[in-house]
Design a protein around this ligand. Sequence first.
Ligand SMILES: CC(C)(CNC(=O)c1ccc(Oc2ccccc2)cc1)c1ccc2c(N)nc(N)nc2n1
Length: 326
Amino acid sequence: MVPEKIREEVERLRREIEYHNYRYYVLASPIITDEEYDRLMQRLIELEEKYPELRTPDSPTQRVGGQPIEGFETVEHSEPMLSLDNTYNEAEILNFHERVRKTVGDVEYVAELKIDGVSIALRYENGLLVRAITRGDGLKGDDVTANVKTVKSIPLRLPEPLTIEVRGEIFMPVSYFEEYNQQREEEGLTPFANPRNATAGTLQLLDPAEVSKRNLDSFMYYIVKPQQYGLKTQWEALEFLKKLHFKVNPHSKLCKSIEEVIEYWRSWSKERSKLEYWVDGVVVKVNDFAKQNELGWTAKSPRWAIAFKFPAQQARTKIIGITYQV
Ligand SMILES: CC(C)(CNC(=O)c1ccc(Oc2ccccc2)cc1)c1ccc2c(N)nc(N)nc2n1
């Protein structure tokens, strides 16, 4: 029997730790020291050890990874995870724009960086993360919930008890990718070709405790059936995702014209090596959901979104610390 006082302390600790998690891994602006955070976590681990029945799925102690699992269950998606058609140059993106204009007239676009990671679907029931599913073949994927719970920027509990499904990308930051590949080479293992493969390989591990050490991060960009939450545009959906404490890429841009989209693409094509993660293009989306629905989708991909790829980058060399005075 757990004394009421202890139950209350555990609940308070859980919310406090998740909030500091959010501040540190999503906002990158902690308000307590690492020592204070560790003390809170130690106290919670101690109480969960003493009263195991208090260890719930949303407990932050889950982030260090539970027991290894046998394998991955295949789960059907609530709606398909569509893929994107590709364009590679300005002429092709103008063709996309003409097709859109012919069907729905003038539109605003949202331009989002296309992160070179692994797509993931996250299902929350009453605010608790209950399922994380890989894209798979678009119609069904692997249940990787135990592994995804160790991704620090993904909330185990939402600030509101919502039942919602959100989708986005899980990726490995470049700085950790290089360090991790170095370590693999020292252990005589083959290094990963790119962070996307390293991320995919990590999510397929059967031991969440190992996954927890791989510094995976996330950006969410999609809400299933967004009109259910009164959202009318992609820009509103991104704002709503932030309000729910998800990590949302800070460089997305609301563009009033296709020229603005092209300017955004040109600029990030040059600036992308400054980012903490690999990007392979820009995703251009018609902003208004009613117009998205008018445009519809093919079996494979939406007619209202397209990937505007960057030129394939020469193998990214590690810039050793040489600074040239210019
Ligand atoms: C636009 C969409 C394809 C997501 N949208 C969907 O997957 C999707 C799925 C069913 C939809 O509607 C249907 C509902 C029921 C049946 C069929 C379609 C609509 C959109 C997509 C794909 C990859 C992206 C990526 N790598 N980065 C960013 N930043 N954005 C991305 N956006």
